[in-house]
Write a protein that binds this ligand. Sequence first.
Ligand SMILES: [Zn+2]
Length: 90
Amino acid sequence: MTEKVFTPQQVKNLNLYQAAGVFHPFTCGNNHEGDNTLIAKEEGWVCPNCDYTQNWAHGLMLDFTPERLKEMSPFADAILERLDKESAHD
Ligand SMILES: [Zn+2]
């Protein structure tokens, strides 16, 4: 899996969608211990705990910018602040 399927901006949007908690995130289809919330990369989705991959996303997810989140959730500011703090620990 080396072909790029998402742009860097789409990767950001997808991972915001996954982390925002406004909708149920994409998860790995395999049954295993540990986190199975998929992580978006330019090459596609990967599972943090197995070799599951996926190379498509819904249009809504691809366009899930902070601005979109603000339109959709009254808690957008709090969510963005929390994600900011979390990413500061990386
Ligand atoms: Zn998995």
